[in-house]
Design a protein around this ligand. Sequence first.
Ligand code: AMP
Ligand code: MG
Length: 417
Amino acid sequence: MDQQPAAKNHPPASNLSVAAAREAILSRLSPVTGWECVSVRGALERVLAADVIAPCNVPAHDNSALDGYALRFDDLAPEGETSLSVVGTAFAGKPFTGIIGVGQAVRIMTGATIPQGADAIVVQEIVRADAGRVIIPAGQKRGQNLRKAGEDLALGGVAIPAGRRCGPAELGLIASLGIAEVTVRRRLRVAFFSSGDEIASIGKPLAPGQIYDSNRYTLHGALTRLGCEIIDMGVVRDEPDALEAAFRSAAECADVILTSGGVSVGEADFIKALVNRLGRVDFWKIDIKPGRPMAFGQIGDTWMFGLPGNPVAVMVTFYQFVQDALLKLGGVDPVPQAALFAVRCASKIGKRPGRREFLRGRMTEVDGLAQVEVCGAQGSGILKSMSDANCFIVLPEDCGDVAVGDPVLVQMFDGLI
Ligand code: AMP
Ligand code: MG
């Protein structure tokens, strides 16, 4: 951690832009220490703690990129056809062990090691083979259709850098090197609870005025997908003692605490005062819709995000702020920023300049062109809009009303969520 004066680390008390809030959060976090060895399969969605170094060349030998004939380029007539005698066959895994002599060729399959003497492969579709001979047309090039040893990965080189989160491609790449185990960062431990006197857990009928807790289930899903170890602390009443006990026990066991609810106007000072007493909290009004108020701070070594209560606001703030924070804490480097694309908007949208708005959208392809429409009612409590949508429509701070046909920015859920 750098040792700047505390004041410099604190954002201004007024509204923050989404970008400034993201930057303020990410700039304070450094990855957790601790790692473990896992099998290749177990590395899926885990973050590499060390570079994966190639212990061998991939491919290990020069080999053929296709089915055809291996030959000596200098044997080919500069113009017209050349007839060569076929002296053997090279299969993948069963090489031709001889040396190709003058005027000779070897039938070769994709992936087979290039026989000694050969320096070009001619694809089988353009030759004529007959009675142990093969007729090669003019126009070949030295080195064609040959895959060189180490062309994918060179011995001793960095195959995959530390900080990369492993997906299917990385698992395959690790396996292609013959490596059975890799070192990954330990999983993040994330504790979370819902706050609110009206919030009831599922499984019981609702008392008058109560609503079922949805935020804990949304967070369960989002955190599980990120590969976190999750500690679900249930629903905590809007009572100082209960909240304090929950924060204390979460701070003891978790790297990060997420709460939802209790940070809107009126209740904000309450959570703020409590976390400030136990640690340190910044409470921000962010120029975002939905999700304007958010608390961010620290209790001991544990980071804390106080998310809003409205279910859509929880998801928007989670995906715009918390997810990347968790990736950074988990060792992902560089932290990817979700891509924004400009797409034609098929809906009319009213907006006042000022906040960055995240509407739920549905992107479709019409006659080969992408277009997006607003997906149902957009209230910050209407979770169905998240479920029906496949992207956020992102309207930047300075954007005003959107007319049908205007380009708008979208952020796809796939890859983001
Ligand atoms: P709050 O920020 O606590 O005032 O909550 C804002 C709105 O979100 C209120 O309508 C709450 O009832 C609702 N809310 C808060 N927590 C949850 C939750 N866990 N599940 C569903 N809705 C919630
Ligand atoms: Mg509440």
